[in-house]
Design a protein around this ligand. Structure first.
Ligand SMILES: *Cc1c(COP(=O)(O)O)cnc(C)c1O
Length: 452
């Protein structure tokens, strides 16, 4: 597998370089030189393939000989050991088209980011073991990335994880997931927004002094190895869509922040997945929606919302989408319908959906992010065309318990994994908004590890 930088398509890197460097030196993003189509035999076999088998086929298709085939099988099977069910939810208001939720929250941190984090951890462990090297992963999180990365890498023999998160801007349970693992995982609390955290991580990557002494890498959605496994569940969803008796090509509605998830859908489409339309659903952080409406890309500082994992004012994967669409606004608009909603609309949707789907066992509980997605599908079906569609259910509602219980005006039961983690002792270090404090912590972790 060969990659180039979105800023310079003549710059080439191999898979291992792109995985460990995360960001090319010219500050573009790594993108695949070739996105080969999956062979016809794969699509014929699809109805009988498991999610992990789909993952193995896609990984082999993309990676080529960047990893031995038997290692690919082992690492995908270990990473993708939880399901992604397609659940029928309700029918659209106009013509009664089906609406489905693709539940991506059955992994250890209960958010879709488990797919990327677990696959990436497996890939890195594999490559480091072969080289006999160590590594520190730096990750900025607006909530869910950190939890997934912490869980994905916890216990690795080759990797330490340092998580930066914005003070007061992640939920109680998210903070618990970031700060209770210990061992090779440490958490830094930043006085600032997610964008500030991300800026500090980016600064570390261009700090030649730091990089001369420490082997660092990123686990944000900018890392190409996070993107690849996120394409698996689009294909698995299509398998389930056909099994449910749907005839047309699916609409995929993606609650989006950094746009890694949607970019992975575009990758799946390039590999041959039939897609009718992508819907980019965003909260008040509407940079991509404004782009879709005006043709002008004007990133802004992020604002806080109840769907906080999507509070991104300058989505880092925009460069990859531009690259895929050849920088033309028209191609983007043809393929992606973008729309934004505020917190009030999001809360109303959570409440409405809960009531409308109510049975003796209770109604369907949406997390705030998935609710933004369902709003977008509703709008598309009401105003553009009433065809069936799939909303990517990006997190378990229990991760946002206080907001969800307030909006639904009832008590919810937490999944056991969340209930346990909530009561564990937390450990984090406050670093204000100070790059030098981050640097000192990185150097300390590295020195501690070398001394072992
Ligand atoms: C990260 C996240 C998103 C946004 O995904 P991107 O790939 O950054 O667009 C949406 N919902 C939840 C719950 C998330 O954790």
């Amino acid at each position: 597998m060969k990659l180039y930088s979105t800023n310079n398509t003549t710059l080439r890197a191999d898979f291992a370089t792109a995985v460990f460097q995360a960001l090319p030196k010219d500050r573009g993003l790594y993108m695949l030189v070739d996105i080969p189509q999956l062979p016809l035999s794969f699509w014929e076999a699809l109805p009988n393939l498991s999610l992990a088998e789909i993952g193995v086929a896609i990984t082999k298709n993309l990676l080529g000989d960047s990893l031995p085939e038997d290692r690919i099988e082992a690492l995908v099977e270990a990473a993708i050991d939880f399901p992604a069910p397609l659940v029928p939810l309700r029918r659209s208001e106009r013509d009664g088209s089906n609406q489905y939720i693709l539940e991506l929250f059955h992994g250890p941190s209960l958010a879709f980011k488990d797919f990327g984090a677990r696959f990436m951890a497996g890939v890195m462990d594999e490559l480091l073991a072969a080289k006999g090297e160590r590594l520190i992963i730096l990750v900025a999180t607006s909530g869910d990335t950190g939890g997934a990365v912490a869980a994905g890498f916890h216990g690795s023999d080759f990797i330490d994880v340092i998580i930066l998160y914005p003070k007061g801007a992640v939920s109680d349970i998210q903070e618990a997931q970031l700060t209770t693992l210990g061992g090779n995982v440490s958490a830094l609390r930043v006085d600032g927004t997610f964008d500030d955290c991300q800026a500090m991580v980016k600064q570390a990557f261009v700090d030649e002094g730091l990089r001369a002494c420490v082997n660092i890498s990123s686990a944000n959605s900018i890392n190409i190895s996070r993107l690849i496994p996120q394409s698996f569940y689009y294909v698995d969803a299509y398998k389930q869509w056909l099994a449910a008796g749907e005839k047309g090509d699916p609409v995929f509605c993606v609650p989006s922040g950094n746009f890694g998830n949607l970019t992975a859908g575009l990758l799946a489409e390039r590999m041959g997945l039939p897609v009718h339309k992508f819907i980019a659903a965003t909260n008040a952080n509407d940079t991509v929606t404004r782009y879709a409406n005006s043709g002008t890309y004007a990133p802004k500082a992020s604002v806080r919302t109840i769907s906080n994992a999507m509070d991104v004012g300058a989505p880092s994967n925009f460069a990859r989408m531009e690259d895929l669409f050849g920088s033309t606004w028209n191609t983007f608009k043809e393929s992606v319908y973008a729309v934004s909603f505020d917190d009030k609309e999001t809360e109303r949707q959570m409440a409405n959906c809960f009531t409308e789907t109510k049975t003796e066992k209770g109604g369907y509980v949406l997390c705030p992010h998935t609710a933004v997605g369902l709003l977008a599908l509703d709008k598309y079906q009401a105003e553009v065309e009433d065809v069936p569609g799939i909303v990517l259910g990006t997190a378990h509602p229990g991760k946002f318990l206080p907001d969800v219980e307030r909006v639904l005006a009832c008590k919810l039961e937490l999944p056991e994994a969340l209930e346990t983690v909530r009561h564990l002792p937390r450990e984090m270090k406050d670093i204000g908004y100070d790059y030098d404090a981050l640097k000192a912590h990185v150097l300390n972790v590295w020195a501690d590890r070398q001394g072992e």
